[in-house]
Design a protein around this ligand. Structure first.
Ligand SMILES: Nc1ncnc2c1ncn2[C@@H]1O[C@H](COP(=O)(O)OP(=O)(O)O)[C@@H](O)[C@H]1O
Ligand SMILES: [Mg+2]
Length: 331
């Protein structure tokens, strides 16, 4: 199933066994794997400039950092240092593959992708989810700033139509399968006259009602003594919202605040309300405002807790801190 699981302590090209992935991915070139392994080995998460292999950050996820690694300019490498054991990383990888397959079956276009599990003694096992790198200026959250309002509305309409495909698919597959999706504008990239969905690295889906993603993985990057609080406060809420079409649309509308284009909200709501399920209440702007405030608070709190954890680990306990947090990158 997987592309390759390589121990970077033991790089010997002759010994490396690279299993071809069966389905959607073709195998990542051997030399490319080598670069990623070297990158991971020499990475200094506390000071990227001090890392052995140079890289630029393309974006931050809740549980991943997206890199353009020197020598791999055509790829976007999503680093997830989340796993205690290789088998945990491989289980995640399998879920990821299955999720991507279902997204494609549902009619969503996703980029070419590869995966690589990297082991490094004394550190967490890291999964890299690697995609073709798409042009930054074609991301929907960028286009709404460079295109006319009319064109921006048309982009939002296209995104809404793409999102709906998931819920059409879920209806067909019910009750065996249910996919979730994060509809935010920064997850969609225009290519010709279609939109590609790039946020595939958090495989949220249920099989016969059972969640396939271990929610504790989200908590790995938060301080252990506060995990109960996060779990209790909002984890379930945050996960559930991606399964509900109306909530995903609400999130999309709220996203226009984050992207500094609130003037598009009334037009977006018109499009969204025309595409809601019959039984769903139309969304009004007041609800969007309230939702956005709460959402912002949740993620700000989560980030603040992670920063606190980093401070404790690096200063008090003098440990290595694995994650790279937004807002503190030296360039
Ligand atoms: N394939 C890609 N090509 C170029 N940039 C990317 C790609 N994938 C992700 N990014 C950048 O990283 C950001 C976060 O990636 P994403 O996969 O959406 O992670 P998250 O789950 O954290 O939202 C994107 O909004 C984009 O700016
Ligand atoms: Mg995203």
């Amino acid at each position: 199933m997987l592309i390759g699981t390589l121990n970077i302590e033991n790089i010997n090209p002759v010994k490396q066994i690279v299993k071809k992935c069966k389905r959607f991915s073709s195998s990542l070139e051997h030399s490319h794997q080598h670069i990623i392994i070297e990158f991971e080995k020499g990475l200094n998460p506390a000071d990227l400039d001090a890392s052995k292999v140079e890289a630029q950050i393309l974006g931050y996820g809740e549980i991943s950092t997206v890199f353009q690694i020197d020598g791999l300019e055509l790829l976007a490498c999503k680093r997830m240092p989340l796993f205690e054991k290789k088998s945990d990383a491989e289980a995640y990888e399998r879920n990821y593959r299955l999720y991507c397959r279902h997204l494609s079956d549902a009619g969503i276009t996703i980029p070419n992708d590869y995966t690589l599990v990297v082991e490094n003694q004394g550190r967490p096992v890291t999964l890299y989810i690697i995609q073709d790198q798409l042009q930054a200026s074609n991301f929907a959250h960028k286009l709404i700033h460079t295109e006319s309002d009319k064109e921006s509305e048309s982009i939002i309409r296209s995104v809404v139509i793409e999102i709906k495909k998931i819920w059409d698919y879920n209806r067909q597959k019910s009750p065996d399968l249910e996919l979730a999706l994060d509809g935010q504008l920064s997850n969609w990239v225009k290519s010709g006259n279609q939109f590609i969905y790039i946020d595939t690295s958090t495989p949220l889906f249920k099989i016969k009602g059972i969640e396939q993603l271990d929610p504790e993985l989200f908590l790995k990057s938060a301080p252990s003594f506060l995990r109960w609080l996060i779990r209790w406060l909002f984890l379930q809420d945050v996960m559930d919202r991606y399964y509900n079409l109306r909530q995903v649309f609400l999130d999309l509308a709220g996203n226009l605040y984050k992207e500094n284009k609130p003037e598009l909200i009334p037009a977006a709501l018109k499009i969204i309300n025309d595409n809601l399920d019959e039984n769903d209440e139309p969304i009004i702007e007041k609800e969007v405002t309230k939702y956005y405030k709460e959402d912002k608070l949740i993620w700000a709190l989560f980030l603040a807790l992670r920063r606190f954890d980093r401070l404790l680990k690096t200063t008090l306990f003098r440990q290595r801190y694995e994650y790279i947090l937004p807002g503190n990158i030296k360039r």
